[in-house]
Every structure is written in C-alpha cells, then in structure tokens.
Design a protein around this ligand. Structure first.
Ligand code: NAG
Ligand code: NAG
Ligand code: NAG
Ligand code: NAG
Ligand code: NAG
Ligand code: NAG
Ligand code: NAG
Ligand code: NAG
Ligand code: NAG
Ligand code: NAG
Ligand code: NAG
Length: 424
C-alpha cells in the first residue's frame, strides 16, 4: 500500500504529536484508489478527488468512502480510460457563489459554465441508488430570484468527450443550475438516475433542467425520475439517435426538443429520437418542440435566433399522463429574447416526422395539442396515435398553424427500442 504525500505528511506530523486538520486523502492499493473525506468534515475535498482521478483514472478503480465530500473548487477530470468509479456517499458543493461564478469551466458552446467537467472512454460510474451529487442549490435559487440563465451559475456535472460509458444509480439533488450537460459524446447510457431540485423558498428552482445534450450521438436515458423547475430532458444542437425509456417526470415541462436555432447562421439538427414508457405527472406537456425565430434579437444564452437546420423522426409513445397543465403535444417556433414577441413565421428551422402516441391518461385542460410552426418552414408529417384514449377537461382542442398534414392513427405495432451500445 502506498501512502500519498498529503496523507504521509499528516501521518508524520501525527507521529510527532502535532495536531492538524487532516485534508481529504487518497490511499492507493494496486490500481484501486480509495478517497477519504477531510477529518474536520468541512475542508475542501476537491484536491483529494483530483488526486484519485490522476492516480487511478486510467485502467483503475476509484472508490469513495461512504461519507460526505465537500467540493469547494472546480473539478476537471477528463481523458479517463477504463475506469470504474464507485460512489456510495455524497458530494456536497460549496457555498461561495463569488468563487463559483468566477471559476466555472466553459461548456464551450452556449455561454455557460460547469462546476465539474468529466470525460473519457469506457467509464462505469456507479452510485448504487445512494451516491449523491448535492449542488447546495437553494443558495442559488435564492440568489438568482428567478433570473433566467444568470451568468456563471454552474451546471452541476458536465459529461464531455465521453464514449462507451455508463452512469448508473446516481442521485442529483438541489442542482445549482442545469443538473447535467452531455456534449461531444457517443454511446453513453445513463440509467437509474434520480434528479430533484425543489426550492423551499418563494424563489423558483428556475433553469434546473435535468439534462441537456449537444453534439452527441447514441445516448440512452433509462429509468430517470426527474423533479425540477424546468425541462426534464432537453435535446439541443446536433443530438442524434437518442433513446429515453421508462422514466417519470414530476412537474416541469416534460420532454423537450430544443430550444434550437438560437445561433444565427448555424446549422443544427436533431434526428432519430424515441421516448417511450414515460410517466408525466402534472407536467405542462408530454413532450414539446421549440425553436427560436428566424430573426436574431440579442445574444445567447438569453437572446438569439436566426439558426437553421432540422428536427425529424421523433417519436413519443406509450406515455402515461396525469393532469398535464397545458396540452399533450406542443410546437412553437416563436422563442425569442425575453419579453420579445412576434416573428413566429420567420424561422427556417424545419420540423417534420413527429409522432405523439399512443398515450393514455388525462390533461387537466381542454387542449390536446397546440402547434405553431413557422410560416417559412411549415411542419409536415405530424402524427397523433390513439389520442382518443386521452381524457380532457371538456373540449378536445387541437390548434395549429402551418402544420401539414396531421395524421391521426390508431395503435401501430412496434417493438421496444434497443439501446445503441454495449456499455461496460
Ligand atoms: C470566496 O471566493 C472568493 C473568490 O475566489 C474569495 O476571494 C473569497 O475569499 C471567498 N470567500 C470565502 C468566505 O471563502
Ligand atoms: C469518441 O468517438 C469519436 C468518434 O467515434 C472519436 O472521434 C473520439 O475521439 C472518441 N473520444 C474518446 C474520448 O474516446
Ligand atoms: C458570458 O458569461 C460571462 C460570465 O460567465 C459574462 O461575464 C459575459 O457577459 C457573458 N457573455 C455574454 C455574451 O452573455
Ligand atoms: C423532491 O424533493 C422535495 C424536497 O426536497 C421532496 O419534498 C419531494 O418529495 C421530492 N420529490 C420526489 C418525487 O422525490
Ligand atoms: C421536470 O418537470 C417537472 C414539471 O415541470 C418540474 O417540476 C421538474 O422541475 C422538472 N425537472 C427538472 C429536473 O427540470
Ligand atoms: C451539426 O451537424 C451537421 C451535420 O453533421 C453539421 O453540418 C453542422 O455543422 C453541425 N452543426 C454545428 C453547429 O456544429
Ligand atoms: C427513426 O428513428 C428510429 C430510432 O429512434 C429508428 O429506429 C428509425 O429507423 C428511424 N426512421 C427513419 C426513417 O430514419
Ligand atoms: C437515423 O436513422 C436512420 C435509420 O436507422 C439512419 O439511416 C440515419 O443515418 C439516422 N440518422 C442519423 C443522423 O444518425
Ligand atoms: C388530478 O387532478 C384531479 C382533479 O383536480 C385530482 O382529483 C387528482 O387527485 C389529481 N391526480 C393526481 C395524481 O395528482
Ligand atoms: C412523410 O412521411 C412519409 C411516410 O413516412 C414519407 O414517405 C415522406 O417522405 C414524409 N414527408 C416529408 C416531407 O417528410
Ligand atoms: C417484433 O419482434 C418480433 C420478434 O423479434 C418480430 O417477429 C416482429 O416482426 C417485430 N414486430 C415489429 C413491428 O417490428
């Protein structure tokens, strides 16, 4: 067994009878690193976490003690390879808002930052249903007071340049901002994931999306439970071959495609998405699609528009709906700078081949669908399957503009989708 410098130094001091606060530490046995939290239970454990990833992040195993680890500084653990990470305890992020706003690592697309940049190949990150990321988010909800996309408010966990990997049994509570972002990744499975960002004050847990994807292919989300203040799972620029299965969404907006088309002149696409066996409890929609208008107003993250590209072949089926607060299906191409209206017919972003249904359950309103496609790029091939099985409060309104044609069908035969990868 090797002792690493921090621990060794402290042990020597201890032998000399000098009492100091022991920082988080790592013991390495063969290729297995075990991470211990600081003895005082408050000091920054991030240096020990970094050390464990440096020592065992390639062809190794990183085990955390079943304890709370305080993360007071940003983490960048990238270039990992063939590693198993075992988290039976909890990461708790620090409360120095000034520090986090100044030091987040860039998402590298939209002007946002993360508190932990993570990536590599052939990674298994397992939490056994208890391993927890606690973003100490209440502090951020109170500080932000509902302001959208406050600069420097960090995404909890960003998975970047990651292939052939699996994240399983992890819990994310009180995220600072979006819980996760996945970017430039392929063949990643995230299963048995619990997310809950709930504000206990009058300030909303705004922008606490479950996960946002960018430039990623063959990503599977299975068995997610999401409670939060915004989109649950949101697929953005160049997300392809995405599968969402067996998940439960409490409140929030439901499955989101977009916003997309935010960057003037950029071409982006979303293609081949299936979401199946999803339970929506009091969400605003079952699933919806939103693009920016064709006219740029302001700059991202809160402004933008004028992007183009397409979203196609997207299927939402076998949803169970309870008390949706708006409608089952929704499309808007009117997203613009906060407060700006109009321009709904200007987007060139093309939406087509979208299927909602079969679905069962109820909407608490009289609207089944509201779809506002752009006059400059009307939406062909919108299909509702078995909407007659969905109960409403009275009328069964379907409103649409620039949608042609709409098909309504009864149940079609299909088999459950398989995921794309053989993950570790
Ligand atoms: C918070 O972080 C800022 C910027 O890094 C630093 O100057 C300040 O001393 C920190 N405050 C506390 C209480 O640690
Ligand atoms: C992931 O796969 C892509 C394309 O298949 C490749 O370009 C990239 O280098 C891979 N990244 C890692 C971290 O293995
Ligand atoms: C980008 O974010 C930084 C802080 O993270 C902020 O200072 C800057 O104004 C932002 N830029 C834009 C264009 O929003
Ligand atoms: C989410 O967290 C809140 C408060 O922390 C709790 O009351 C609620 O039951 C949780 N929701 C779910 C679905 O776990
Ligand atoms: C999921 O949607 C529900 C309903 O709006 C919302 O309460 C919850 O906050 C969303 N979860 C996340 C993580 O956005
Ligand atoms: C998205 O993918 C398409 C097709 O590969 C590519 O042409 C486009 O440049 C990508 N968009 C961005 C913003 O990288
Ligand atoms: C649509 O996407 C699904 C996966 O979500 C795929 O199985 C199917 O082949 C695609 N259809 C077309 C026409 O591309
Ligand atoms: C979508 O799925 C079809 C059928 O499997 C495939 O041919 C096409 O390449 C996929 N599109 C993307 C962007 O992967
Ligand atoms: C749905 O709304 C109805 C009417 O308000 C209410 O009686 C019922 O308990 C709600 N169901 C759930 C699961 O919240
Ligand atoms: C509409 O769907 C049909 C059948 O899937 C397909 O043949 C046709 O190309 C689609 N049209 C457009 C404009 O996407
Ligand atoms: C479903 O799978 C079964 C067994 O593999 C196959 O016989 C059947 O044709 C499939 N049905 C569809 C609609 O793909």
């Amino acid at each position: 067994m090797k002792l690493f410098p921090g621990l060794f130094f402290v042990s020597c001091l201890a032998l000399l009878g000098i009492r100091i606060v022991r920082a988080g530490s790592v013991t390495k046995l063969g290729s297995i690193c075990t991470v211990h939290p600081s003895a005082d239970g408050v000091s920054d454990d991030a240096p020990a976490i970094r050390q464990a990833f440096d020592l065992c992040g390639r062809d190794g195993i990183i085990k955390f003690d079943p304890a709370t680890f305080h993360v007071e500084s940003v983490l960048q653990t990238t270039g990992l390879r063939n590693v198993i990470i075992d988290l039976p305890g909890k990461f708790l992020w620090g409360t120095n808002i000034t520090y986090w706003r100044a030091n987040g690592l860039p998402l590298g697309y939209i002007n946002m930052t993360t508190a932990w940049m993570f990536g590599g190949d052939n990674i298994l990150f397992q939490g056994h249903g208890v391993g927890t990321f606690d973003g100490n988010g209440q502090l951020w909800y109170d500080f932000t007071q509902g302001v959208s996309n406050l600069p420097g408010r960090p995404i909890s966990f960003m998975i970047r340049n990651t292939n052939n990997s699996r994240f399983t049994g992890l819990r994310f509570v009180q995220s600072q901002f979006w819980t996760m972002a996945i970017k430039n990744s392929e063949d990643v499975l995230l299963d048995s994931i619990y997310i809950n960002s709930t504000s206990s004050s009058s300030a909303p847990a705004r922008n606490t999306d479950g996960v946002d994807t960018f430039f990623s292919n063959r990503i599977t989300f299975r068995k997610w439970t999401v409670t939060g203040g915004d989109d649950n799972i949101s697929l953005k620029a160049n997300s392809t071959n995405i599968l969402i299965q067996d998940s439960v969404f409490h409140g929030g907006l439901g499955v989101a495609i977009g916003s997309i088309g935010q960057y003037s002149g950029l071409y982006e696409r979303i293609e081949n998405v299936t979401a199946e066996r999803v339970v929506c409890l009091g969400t605003r929609y079952a699933a919806y699609i939103k693009t920016w208008t064709g006219i740029q107003q302001g700059f991202p993250p809160n402004g933008g528009g004028g992007g183009f590209g397409y979203a196609r072949n997207i299927t939402f089926r076998d949803f169970t709906l309870t008390n949706l607060t708006n409608s089952v299906a929704h499309i808007t191409q009117c997203t613009s700078f906060s407060g700006a209206t109009g321009g709904c017919d200007t987007s060139l972003f093309q939406i087509s081949d979208i299927t909602w249904g079969p679905m069962t359950g109820n909407v608490a309103t009289g609207t089944l669908a509201s779809m506002r496609c752009s006059g400059s790029a009307p939406c062909p091939n919108i299909t509702f399957v078995d909407f007659d099985k969905i109960a409403t409060a009275g009328s069964r309104k379907i409103s649409c503009s620039n949608v042609r044609p709409i098909f309504t069908k009864s149940r079609r035969e299909y088999n459950s989708s398989k995921d794309f990868q053989s993950s570790p």
